[in-house]
Write a protein that binds this ligand. Structure first.
Ligand SMILES: *[C@@H]1O[C@H](CO)[C@@H](O)[C@H](O)[C@H]1NC(C)=O
Ligand SMILES: *[C@@H]1O[C@H](CO)[C@@H](O)[C@H](O)[C@H]1NC(C)=O
Ligand SMILES: *[C@@H]1O[C@H](CO)[C@@H](O)[C@H](O)[C@H]1NC(C)=O
Ligand SMILES: *[C@@H]1O[C@H](CO)[C@@H](O)[C@H](O)[C@H]1NC(C)=O
Ligand SMILES: *[C@@H]1O[C@H](CO)[C@@H](O)[C@H](O)[C@H]1NC(C)=O
Ligand SMILES: *[C@@H]1O[C@H](CO)[C@@H](O)[C@H](O)[C@H]1NC(C)=O
Ligand SMILES: *[C@@H]1O[C@H](CO)[C@@H](O)[C@H](O)[C@H]1NC(C)=O
Ligand SMILES: *[C@@H]1O[C@H](CO)[C@@H](O)[C@H](O)[C@H]1NC(C)=O
Ligand SMILES: *[C@@H]1O[C@H](CO)[C@@H](O)[C@H](O)[C@H]1NC(C)=O
Length: 791
């Protein structure tokens, strides 16, 4: 690789060098700056950073596909795994962040300039020509009038006076008796819409005692009860849980009356009033209530709401993953000023309503369900996470039901047993597999004898698979997957197939099997592997795929001899194909699917070396209005897992983007992500790539067999995009559609990548995972790391 430098023209090195200098200077500039002076402006993606580096102010967007570059000006902790936005300047009026900016006019007026609309002034009344706007070490954005010697004459405006949904240590909740101004929190409308929502939290006198009062649309919703130095009477979970320690203060004087708090040692803390009416301080949630307070909730502090006669005190709405049986009736309300709490109140007061959900992907509007039949269902394709009316049954009744069920089951088993002996062996076999598959789909009626299912999955008989694979002979074994061996087979018609035989001891139980089966049956894209059918026989479960003659990507990429067979054109084609397949999963299939285990061995190659994504055993279907989710069971492959997923179990489309970034770096470098580069520093591939890039030596990452392709420009661009995908914070990473436009449109300017995840020394990351970061791993989390052999 050292010889690479000598191959490059000196002009090119000079170009990189000068470009690097500009970038380095800009970085340093951004890092140092905490203050905006008259005549200056702040543009996306630049940020102000508080002097101690703890807080940042800048423009941000949500990467949700339908919101694109519409975003807000906000403040956040530099180092917050949850990336909570602490303050938002323009919550009512999101702007296009790529064209807008924050400008301080010569007269000291701060305004958000929006290319489309009129500017949004921040300190409209109080301005002075000699003022500055500074993000201070408490996260307060302050406009000060300065004396000629630089000292503060007076404070003109501060963001702490305009709280949004978050109380930071040092902020006030209460009333200023001089100006009459009230400091109170107002929730966001939904997790992705910062506009004021239905909930507010204030510090106000109620019958003489001062307490925190939460309101929903103006109505009293929850009362904190009497507060002490570190707690409130009615908190559902105690604030002093574990080592979380708060110091609450209550100030009353003739000028002001407020509540505020502090935490020791500047620990990261923020009390957030969430859009569904809870108070949280991640990663240790301090719930005000465990669920919503509406209806007959008995949670401490909940204020009883009016309920119609049809609702009993044992009923409540709970969030469940359900599947509706039969046709269902729904009503909707697409008013984008309403969100989940409003849906709750409306559904509760309408006796024909049995469940609800948000209407829009951004969490606004309501969808009401009016038919009563649903079952709980955690993984199926039709499962949806919604609020449903729960009417608990008495335990005694349950016992009777269970006894009846047991008796019926025993009788059924006896009858089936008799049938078993009466029927011919072959006939029995076929039926059993059909019935079992039908059970998987939860609908016996769909099973029919022609072997076709409603989902276009063909059911193969066990003997036909035995014949096709020559009784699972060793010669036909293609490899060993995470869940069992994979065999090559040939059907009587001559079609070649790949049979994934799930071993009984594999982690892939019925649930994962069903997941993969139903998922793939519904997906059709040239970059996704095609499922032909399945076969179930007793304990045996098998998936039958189209056969891929060229095995998987890792088979070529990580073999020093075969690597040379993949030229740059092919690699580029592979990268694009994977990107298209992923985009389809994320956006264009009717479902939103997160693959969760994207890696080189899961990319299969067809005759023409076109890539096809395979192995959907761990994929998750997403509710359309969930931005991300948290799992207790972290599954995936070390080296491809994004930090928020590996450490917090938090996954989203951006975790797939991360894995895709790693894959891109692997394809360009021909190296495994789990290898160790630069032995002195124990860097992973991602860390190594980031180091080279920072030193302006990005091309050294390139696989030496690509040197002859003369596509350095394209390769460098791929590395650049790859580094954008592996950025530490999920919000910074591009979406798959961004990635595709970056790759296909070479004139599109690329943002500068921020710090890559896991780019520091590897040992540090690993111990971090085991001890330092333990806080963010759910107690019951298990980390399953699968290491697959090439197949
Ligand atoms: C800020 O944005 C406005 C409107 O797009 C533009 O006219 C102005 O030049 C920008 N200012 C700076 C300093 O970029
Ligand atoms: C503003 O600053 C300049 C130079 O620092 C000084 O000469 C001037 O007196 C100041 N004006 C006010 C109103 O303080
Ligand atoms: C205040 O007192 C009135 C009458 O005693 C009572 O109805 C009301 O619920 C009380 N409010 C609070 C917030 O305690
Ligand atoms: C709590 O905060 C108050 C004021 O901020 C301070 O006077 C007091 O010493 C603190 N108490 C503890 C135990 O840290
Ligand atoms: C706030 O001002 C009002 C009158 O403006 C007064 O009645 C009240 O006592 C004051 N509150 C405090 C805490 O001093
Ligand atoms: C109340 O405000 C007045 C005038 O701004 C000030 O002189 C006084 O010290 C303040 N009182 C307290 C307790 O802060
Ligand atoms: C939503 O609220 C805005 C501002 O309060 C109002 O102008 C608009 O008409 C409302 N939209 C609907 C559909 O109620
Ligand atoms: C409430 O119930 C009525 C009558 O059953 C129905 O027509 C209406 O659509 C329902 N409204 C909602 C919001 O569910
Ligand atoms: C939320 O989505 C709905 C429907 O897509 C749209 O009408 C509304 O403007 C969105 N709200 C925001 C703040 O983006």
């Amino acid at each position: 690789m050292a010889s690479l430098k000598s191959l490059l023209p000196p002009e090119f090195l000079l170009f990189i060098l000068s470009w690097w200098c500009l970038w380095g200077e800009r970085l340093a500039h951004v890092q140092a700056k905490s203050t905006l002076k008259p005549g200056e402006a702040l543009r996306y993606p630049d940020q102000l950073v508080s002097a101690d580096g703890r807080f940042r102010l800048g423009f941000f967007t949500f990467s949700s596909p339908d919101v694109s570059d519409v975003g807000y000006l906000g403040i956040w902790y530099s180092d917050d795994a949850y990336n909570t936005k602490l303050w938002v300047a323009n919550r009512d009026r999101p702007i296009s962040v790529s064209t807008g900016n924050l400008t301080m006019e010569a007269d000291g007026q701060l305004r958000i300039v929006n290319s489309g609309g009129s500017p949004i002034p921040l300190n409209s009344k109080q301005t002075a020509p000699n003022s500055t706007a500074t993000l201070d070490n408490s996260g307060n954005f302050i406009v000060k009038d300065l004396n000629p010697d630089g000292s503060t004459k007076r404070i003109l405006w501060e963001s702490f006076d305009y709280p949004t949904d978050t109380l930071l240590p040092g902020m006030k909740l209460g009333i200023n008796n001089i100006t009459g101004k009230e400091w109170k929190l107002t929730s966001w409308l939904s997790e992705q819409v910062a506009a004021p929502g239905g909930f507010s939290l204030e510090w106000s006198p109620a019958n003489g005692t001062r307490q925190l009062v939460m309101r929903h649309r103006g109505n009293m919703y929850w009362l904190s009860g009497v507060g002490s130095e570190s707690d409130f009477q009615n908190l559902g979970y105690k604030m002093t849980l574990d080592n979380v320690y708060y110091n609450f203060s209550y100030i009353f004087n003739e000028n002001e009356s407020y509540f505020s708090y502090s935490v020791p040692n500047g620990r990261i803390s923020r009390l957030v009033l969430s859009s569904d009416g809870m108070l949280t301080d991640n990663p240790k949630p301090i719930y005000v209530t465990r669920g919503m307070c509406f209806g007959y909730s008995l949670e401490p502090g909940c204020v009883q709401q009016n309920s119609p006669a049809c609702r009993t005190s044992s009923q409540k709405f709970e969030q469940r993953s359900v599947q509706f049986l039969g046709p269902r009736a729904s009503q909707w309300d697409d008013n984008s000023n309403t969100s989940i709490g409003d849906c709750w109140t409306k559904c509760w007061s309408n006796c024909s309503c049995v469940g609800f959900d948000s209407y829009s992907g951004n969490g606004t509007g309501c969808l009401f369900h009016e038919s009563g039949q649903f079952v709980e269902e955690n993984t199926g394709i039709n499962a949806q996470n919604i609020y449903v009316l729960i009417t608990p049954k008495t335990p005694a009744k349950k016992w009777w039901i269970w006894i009846i069920v047991a008796v019926v089951a025993v009788l059924a088993a006896v009858i089936l047993g008799c049938l078993y002996f009466l029927r011919k062996k072959k006939l029995r076999r076929d039926q059993e597999s059909n019935q079992e598959v039908a059970l998987l789909f939860g609908d016996t009626k769909e099973a029919s004898n022609d072997g076709k299912k409603g989902h276009d999955v063909k059911v193969f008989s066990f003997p036909s698979i035995v014949a096709a694979t020559e009784n699972f002979s060793t010669e036909n074994k293609l490899g060993q997957g995470g869940f069992g061996p994979v065999y090559k087979g040939k059907l009587p018609e001559g079609q070649e197939i790949a049979v994934k035989r799930l071993s009984r001891s594999s982690g892939q139980g019925l649930v994962e099997f069903k997941n993969e089966l139903i998922l793939i049956a519904k997906l059709q894209h040239m970059n996704l592997v095609r499922l032909l059918g399945c076969c179930v026989e007793g304990d045996e479960k098998m998936l039958i795929y189209e056969y891929m003659p060229n095995k998987s990507l890792d088979f070529f990429l990580f073999d020093p001899k075969k690597r040379g067979l993949l030229d740059w054109k092919q690699r580029r084609n592979i990268i694009e194909g994977i990107a298209q397949g992923l985009l389809y999963l994320h956006r264009y299939s009717r479902l939103r699917i997160i693959h969760r285990d994207l890696k080189a061995s899961n990319i299969l190659l067809d005759n023409d070396m076109n890539p096809k994504i395979s192995d959907f055993g761990m994929a998750r279907v997403f509710g359309r209005n969930a931005a991300d989710a948290i799992t207790q069971r972290v599954v995936g492959t070390y080296g491809y897992m994004s930090p928020e997923y590996a450490m917090g179990g938090n996954f989203s489309e951006k975790s797939d983007v991360y894995s895709f970034g790693v894959l891109m770096l692997e394809i360009v470098s021909g190296q495994k992500s789990s290898g160790i580069y630069n032995p002195e520093h124990h860097l992973s591939l991602v860390g190594y790539a980031w180091e080279l890039w920072r030193e302006g030596k990005g091309l050294e990452l390139m696989d030496s067999s690509l040197v002859e392709s003369h596509s350095e420009h394209q390769i460098l661009r791929c590395i650049h995009v790859g580094l954008l995908c592996v950025q530490e914070f999920a919000v910074d990473r591009p979406t798959m559609s961004d990635v595709i436009s970056m790759l296909s449109n070479e004139s599109l300017p690329l943002p500068i990548p921020k710090q890559a995840a896991f780019s520091t020394q590897r040992q540090l990351t690993e111990t971090g995972l085991l001890s330092g970061e333990k806080e963010s791993i759910p107690a019951s989390a298990t980390i399953t790391i699968s290491e697959m052999d090439p197949r």
